[in-house]
Design a protein around this ligand. Structure first.
Ligand code: C5P
Length: 401
């Protein structure tokens, strides 16, 4: 996985000659692992066609605010929620003016108003327009509002002028976008994360397992890496690509996951148990494939697996230990009981009764519980959620002032 792995980037294109570079930017963002959707202003479409951007991004291009069809599918609020980053490249002087005034008179400005994601602009305009006092005043407002400004570069311009106002090259923009996600909040810390299901063999061809996809655990690994942690992933069998900058230990059974976890947890600062561990395993594994007999029912004798996260929480010194609680009722009560019974520092509780979140889905909504409080984190992608959770864990690990 590379620097923008799993990031959802909404690329806004406004009307400047540098719009032709946005086509290459889509590709470069994808090369870095991001998935990209494109919003174009009417002026941008004078420079480059939506069809080009659609073909490159692999998604329909969004152009209109009041399009009933689009609003029924992915309207401006959904787009605002979908984005991990809103990147506007090129950003014209006119767009910067409208954004600084909080206008919402087209699709792109409306999304900018609605989104909770960071916004970054790569300005591109004539040097005189860039130097103009009005543009510079708008720039100050945008910087004040924590909007990230990439560039512009100095040099020769399409109109023949020389000076500041050239859009940065696509690779420079990708690099700066990637750096926005690198928080450094876990720099110098070792983080161990269990993820995915375990498999408990019955015989050489059959096993007991569950539907865990591993997505939440893998998203936490990616967020921990972005936060600068030395990250170890202990993963049951999943379909997911292994994160490039984590040390990955593949396991199959709960016992293997237990052994790997106990070895890695000894010197870790943060242990996150996101795996869906099988509670029981067959006492005996048949060495040959079990044959269907005449009996209408058979009995499998199961024995309890070790509780991994509780065993880590019993270590001295104990890392900050985080467990997950997937519950279908009495979410907070059951999660708090788990916190106490397993001696955890935090429990991430999610309601598995809701069909659009949790197990196997791309989204999740959770409540983060510690001894004294509980905090709701509303529905969002597992990547966005992972970054929020990692930020909370990092805060707990930071020395108290
Ligand atoms: O007890 P329960 O399975 O409901 O608890 C879920 C939490 O405990 C999860 O964080 C899961 O990863 C962890 N767990 C574990 N070892 C087990 C069972 C659960 O680490 N054997």
């Amino acid at each position: 996985m590379s620097s923008l792995a799993n990031k959802q980037i909404l690329l806004g294109v406004t009307g400047g000659i540098a719009a032709y570079k946005s086509a290459d930017l889509v590709r470069r963002l994808q090369d870095a692992g991001a998935s990209v959707q494109v919003v174009m202003t009417p002026a941008a479409q004078e420079f480059i066609t939506p069809l080009t951007m659609q073909a490159l991004s692999g998604h329909p291009v969004h152009t209109q605010l009041l399009d009933p069809e689009a609003e029924a599918g992915m309207g401006h609020i959904q787009l605002a929620r979908w984005a991990d980053l809103l990147l506007i490249a090129p950003a014209t002087a006119d767009f910067m003016a409208r954004l600084s005034q909080g206008l919402g008179n087209d699709l792109l400005t409306s999304i900018c108003l609605a989104t909770a994601a960071p916004i970054a602009l790569a300005p591109a305009m004539n040097q005189g327009m860039w130097r103009n006092a009005a543009t510079q005043a708008n720039l100050d407002i945008l910087i004040d509002r924590k909007i990230h400004i990439f560039g512009p570069a100095d040099g020769g311009q399409a109109c023949g002028d020389i000076g500041p106002g050239r859009m940065l090259e696509p690779l420079q923009i990708v690099d700066m976008a990637a750096r926005l996600f690198a928080t450094g909040s876990l720099a110098g810390k070792k983080v161990v994360i269990t993820a995915g299901p375990t498999r408990e063999a019955i015989d050489p061809v059959r096993y007991i397992s569950n539907h865990s996809s591993g997505k939440m655990g893998y998203a936490l690994v990616q967020a921990a890496i972005e936060a600068g942690a030395q990250t170890v992933l202990i993963s049951g069998p999943t379909q997911l690509a292994k994160p490039a900058r984590a040390r990955c230990i593949d396991v199959i059974t709960a016992e293997e996951m237990y052994n790997a976890s106990m070895a890695e947890a000894l010197d870790c600062d943060l242990f996150i148990a996101a795996a869906a561990v099988a509670d029981y395993r067959p006492i005996e594994v048949a060495t040959q494939k079990m044959k269907k007999g005449d009996d209408d029912d058979i009995t499998l004798h199961l024995i309890k697996n070790p509780d991994i996260v509780a065993s880590v929480a019993a270590l001295t010194p104990k890392p900050l230990t985080v467990g997950f609680a997937a519950e279908s009722e009495k979410l907070i009560d059951y999660a708090r009981t788990k916190l106490e019974r397993k001696n955890l520092d935090l429990v991430v509780a999610n309601n598995i009764a809701a069909s659009n979140i949790g197990f196997n889905s791309d989204d999740n909504a959770v409540t983060l519980i510690d001894k004294h409080s509980s905090t709701d984190i509303s529905q969002r992608s597992k990547q966005q959620l992972a970054r929020e959770l990692i930020a909370c864990f990092a805060q707990k690990l930071a020395p108290q002032r």
